[in-house]
Design a binder for this molecule. Structure first.
Ligand SMILES: Nc1nc2c(ncn2[C@@H]2O[C@H](COP(=O)(O)O)[C@@H](O)[C@H]2O)c(=O)[nH]1
Ligand SMILES: [Mg+2]
Length: 631
């Protein structure tokens, strides 16, 4: 299928766009569920969420949105919606004994025994809540453009830009200074590079990134697109780079790509802080967030298994309350209540990750009726000196224990800020390895919590569902590709050995020396034979070179087609060429397990022992594509 997506200044053709792979059953069930939510949302869309204020990335006033752009719905959704209730097998059902749908599986890098896990933490945004990029990221994009024009003096021509949420891919690296965007493999080799939307030739790539200077591709000169929140800003940055190249007068005078990047970053930051984005979501959550009918069952199952559950989000209470109500009770607007807190033992909002994992920031308790913050010290209340107007909270005598919900049906207490020491105390955990944290941000959620605290980690990669769907259709192509690669390597090896052998012969008695006629007859005959042998060798070599070139071209072409089946521009998410991508490398190193949706946990026993694949070194036989068949 051919469709066209616009990248602002350029049109890009996609032969096959990422799309959900599962069948209609799920979609109709989802539609039904969504319909219910949309109906209740419609009756309450004017309701405001109480404003809580406060510092932090999610600071917002969630009163009804001012008029914001009406976004036309797109036919496909990405990330795809999570599994619906109808797909989930009942407890006693023999379906529990059958292999799991590949897109629902949890993949293990490092063994994880859930029996050892005492507490499970959930990031909220893009983890529990899967945003719909076609509406949410599009809105973020337009608000950012608006900020650039109104606050940073960019020209109104930016309003003509179009956002294509499918163009960018998580894991790409932005080269701020050069205005390039790169796909880098695990060895930090730049395999794909674009300046704006213009591809760099191989020579340009090599000259820039494979010279004497060794790049680490990290801040401050580079930025990794390590969360789906960054897709819009990456796209907008590239559009500005292209605009600056094509019409230097169209961007504010003297701005270099790094300045453009900084402006875009600040403008994005602003729309997350000023409430504009969050007000829109609060008014109509179903428009921006996928519902996940499996989530409640998943949380109940985990809690029933005796584990403590907590939320650790950088969003503040007001927004967290909006999103969690929608996700867990389907409540929106004035119907929102605090029932959703029953699924958790502790809720930490405005957590300030990743500093939460290393610094000792103060912890505040949120007084839910007013949203006001009350100081605490290591989880214990600090009684205000003058407390007439401040809410009094009931505290248990032994603070840390009393601060978590003790029984089912009891509501979690809600905090803001704090640090891992407070949290460990409240959860009653004694080692980082007793905590499993589930997040979407490879650096802020996964890498830092694992490296600093030794928490066990689960990365949520919603794109994986589509990737796995495509991968499943590529089995025979992959077998062919592997065959071609082996053939090419074998031919290369033969050619290199033969060439070396030929050079040896050339350097010896061949070609004929001027003293040849004075040598004894026997020696002359030997040299004659060698000469004809070498001729044969050269012919053989030429033939091998011809074969190798053919196979190499076939391999190159098929590898390209293979990647284009995943994404026309960037290819397979976790691969760069035939190497693991830089993003894949991080996933492998820092995520103990990874999966497409949090609720996939509900398909496994809460006591499961996840086991990684056997490590394989280069000399060991390839366990060829066993991940496609393993359960
Ligand atoms: N101030 C900024 N806030 C941002 C930005 N990108 C995302 N966000 C907000 O962070 C939290 C993420 O919550 P979590 O549950 O994933 O921890 C959410 O409120 C986003 O709106 C940004 O660039 N600047
Ligand atoms: Mg998140």
């Amino acid at each position: 299928m051919q469709s066209t997506i616009s990248c602002g200044l350029r049109q890009l053709k996609l032969t096959q766009l990422p799309r959900p792979s599962s069948g209609n059953l799920r979609h109709s069930a989802n539609r039904l569920f969504l319909q219910q939510h949309q109906e209740s949302a419609a009756t309450s869309s004017n309701a405001a969420c109480a404003s809580q204020g406060g510092a932090g990335s999610g600071g917002s006033d969630l009163s009804p949105p001012e008029q914001h752009e009406v976004l036309e719905p797109l036919p496909t959704t990405f990330p795809p919606p999570p599994p619906s209730g109808s797909e989930h097998p009942g407890w006693a059902d023999d379906v529990w004994a059958s292999p799991l749908n590949i897109s629902r599986r949890i993949w293990c890098n490092r063994s994880l025994n859930m029996r050892r896990i005492k507490a499970i933490g959930f990031d909220m945004d893009y983890t529990l809540a899967q945003y719909r990029p076609e509406t949410f990221e599009k809105l973020a994009y337009h608000l950012t453009v608006d900020n650039l024009v109104k606050t940073f003096g960019y020209p109104k021509v930016l309003y003509d830009f179009q956002f294509d949420w499918r163009y960018m891919q998580r894991g790409l690296t932005i080269d701020k200074k050069r205005g390039n965007i790169l796909k880098v493999d695990r060895h930090k080799y730049v395999k794909l590079a674009f300046h704006g939307f213009k591809p760099l030739s191989r020579e340009e790539r090599r000259a820039t990134y494979s010279g004497v200077e060794q790049f680490d591709f990290d801040e401050p000169d580079f930025a990794l697109i390590d969360t789906l929140f960054s897709l819009a800003e990456a796209h907008l940055f590239m559009q500005l780079v292209e605009l600056g190249d094509a019409q230097p007068d169209a961007i504010p005078a003297g701005k270099q790509p790094a300045d453009l990047y900084r402006d875009v970053r600040t403008a994005v930051d602003l729309c997350h802080r000023d409430g504009s984005l969050k007000r829109a979501v609060a008014a109509d959550p179903a428009k921006y967030i996928h519902s996940d009918p499996r989530l409640v069952a998943c949380l109940e199952m985990l809690r029933d298994s005796g584990k403590k559950l907590f939320v650790g989000t950088n969003s503040l209470w007001d927004y967290t309350h909006v999103v969690m109500n929608f996700l867990l009770t389907g409540r929106v607007g004035p119907d929102r209540n605090e029932d959703w807190l029953e699924y958790f033992d502790v809720v930490i909002t405005g957590s300030g990750k990743p500093a939460f994992f290393s610094q000792k920031k103060p912890l505040f308790e949120v007084h839910l009726p007013t949203g006001m913050l009350q100081n605490t010290e290591g989880g214990n209340p600090v009684v205000p000196i003058v407390d007439a107007d401040l809410p009094r909270l009931e505290y248990g005598s032994s603070a840390p224990k009393g601060l978590t919900a003790q029984e089912k049906g009891q509501r979690a207490r809600v905090f803001q800020g704090g640090n891992y020491v407070d949290l460990h105390k409240m959860l009653g955990v004694h080692a980082g390895s007793e905590v499993l944290y589930i997040g979407d941000h490879i650096y802020g959620d996964i890498l830092r919590s694992k490296k600093t605290l030794g928490w066990r980690t689960m990365l949520v990669v919603p794109e994986l569902e589509t990737e796995l769907g495509t991968l499943a259709t590529r089995r025979s192509a992959m077998v062919r590709l592997q065959g071609l690669r082996q053939q090419r390597d074998a031919l290369d090896d033969q050619i290199q050995r033969l060439s070396w052998a030929a050079r040896g012969q050339m350097a010896g008695p061949f070609p004929a020396s001027s003293t040849e006629s004075h040598q004894p007859l026997q020696q002359q005959q030997q040299q004659q034979q060698q000469r004809s042998g070498t001729g044969h060798l050269q012919a053989l070599l030429a033939d091998l070179l011809r074969q190798r070139d053919e196979v190499r071209e076939q391999h190159r072409q098929q590898l390209k087609e293979h990647h284009e089946a995943f994404h026309e521009v960037w290819g397979q998410l976790l691969k760069t060429g035939y190497q693991n991508s830089r993003f894949a490398h991080q996933v492998e190193r820092y995520a103990c397990v990874y999966t497409s949706h949090v609720s996939n946990l509900s398909f496994y026993s809460p006591e499961k022992s996840y086991r990684g694949r056997m490590d394989a070194m280069a000399h060991e036989p390839e366990p060829f594509m066993d991940n496609l068949s393993a359960s």
